[in-house]
Design a protein around this ligand. Sequence first.
Ligand code: ATP
Ligand code: MG
Length: 569
Amino acid sequence: MRATNLYAPTLRQTPADAEILSHQLMLRAGMMRKSANGMYHFLPLGWRTIRKIEQIIREEMDAAGGQEICMPILQPAEYWEESGRWAAYGAEMMRMKDRHGHEYCLGPTHEEMITALVRDEVRSYKQLPLMLYQIQDKFRDERRPRFGLMRSREFIMKDLYSFDKDVEGMNLSYQKMYDAYDAIFTRCGLEFRPVEADNGAIGGAHSHEFTVLTDAGESSIACCTECDYAASDEKAELAPLEAPEEDMQALEKVATPGTNTIDSLVEFLGVPIEKTIKAVAYETESNELVLVFVRGDHDVNEVKVLHQLEGALELRMADEESIRSAGGCPGFMSPIGIKAGTRILVDATVMKMRNAVSGANEVDFHYKNVNPERDFKEVRVADLRLVKDGDPCPRCGAPMKMTRGIEAGQVFTLGTKYSAAMGATFLDEQGKEKPLVMGCYGIGVGRTMAAAIEQHHDENGIIWPPSIAPFEVVVVPIQAKNPEQLRYAETVYEELKTSGVDALLDDRTERAGVKFKDCDLIGYPVRITIGPKTLEEGDIEVKVRKSGEVFHDTKENYLAHVKELLGSL
Ligand code: ATP
Ligand code: MG
């Protein structure tokens, strides 16, 4: 490709509405443009990177036994009604009606579609295992589309679905995908970590998120500082923390005027925050009140709370009226004295506390010497708190560290959730009818591209890992108007192409400084400069974008050197 034929409109200024670096750099490098809120055009350079990431994904999916298919994006509501998700999916689903009034959605994911496809075709255990995937646009009406490709409303996803005859087979398919993901993100040149994750609304037993480590990420993950345990903050399991042994004192109600926050309570009573109990009051979508108690210095993990509430999908803050009607007092809550039948969840660490302080369900009053084990009746105890820096690893007990990252992919076991609901069965070796055992595995292609830029850039622009760079090498004649220089550059460019290097010839007649700036901004891994010194002395300048190193090669050795550099970056 010649730059004079390339549509790559670079920008000198940072567009005002681009919030994060990857988005700014992709716009400035002429790789993408915004169409509407959460929707983007890919321009040629951006699309080349997308296609390279897709190709890596394809190769690894195929190597793991996957077969590529393509399903319709438009999905009939009936399938989603069969699985029960038409109602459950919520506002993120883009719904529409056709001219006959039939309901559809633009696929946010394809479990229902593929289960419907496979149930009509797969009849026997002999057809299993089966892994089918596609790479295609998905639609989600995100509450807050932002950060460019990171969280958009239309985005490209690779989604693979596995079908097995039993749980053992499913776990094997899961492991194959896990290994394939490891290979994909490694080949994309990313620093990442597979982290244990919550399955969320999709259901199933276990899951990992493949998280690209960068401060710009929206995911918060807990990583053990000793072993390889890593989990998303939603998932991280926490064993109850022990409190120092103390004799239980008699419960005492004390006046604590104006102390409706933990901070003010700690200050007023002069007790350590670890001795206080804090309450958060929620309501589910079916208006059930749920009171959650954690230690004063801990936070509630709403995902863990939801797991304790069979069938509940969402939590919102409870209003004061419903708290009062259950016998509670906002700002001064305690499980002691709440109306029987109210849902009370207590974090396991709270149950270990001795002579603690909690509200007294009365304005301006608290209880001292609360001993949950003795005083809390009819409460449900569970791990409910959010992990924080320094919490002990559930595997080895060493302190964990909170790190930020971008979830680029996720793998799930699904079991028979969809096959059982939708009647996708097969006949096993004994001729017995059984539901297929499934797994599903997604990668955000655009999000992976954005994550790569968040991890690989400097003040001058992007620094692409060669495997996903729009071009691996750019050949720049300093004066493209000079026919001899241009001809020399063309031979180098041709030679690179012939030997399999993905090269661009920057044959524009711009000033060299302008071209160099663009090269740095777009982030080609290697730049070859052809100038007067090349013609006079045979010197070929090779510059590495990542390190800034400059080499002076000859016509004889530059090609081998460039290949060696590309392999090592
Ligand atoms: P998130 O928690 O970030 O909303 P998710 O867990 O809902 O993502 P999955 O259903 O696991 O997403 O989808 C598989 C992959 O698709 C994700 O790992 C991510 O890379 C990508 N993805 C999901 N939502 C978006 C989006 N709105 N924009 C871009 N990529 C997305
Ligand atoms: Mg996910």
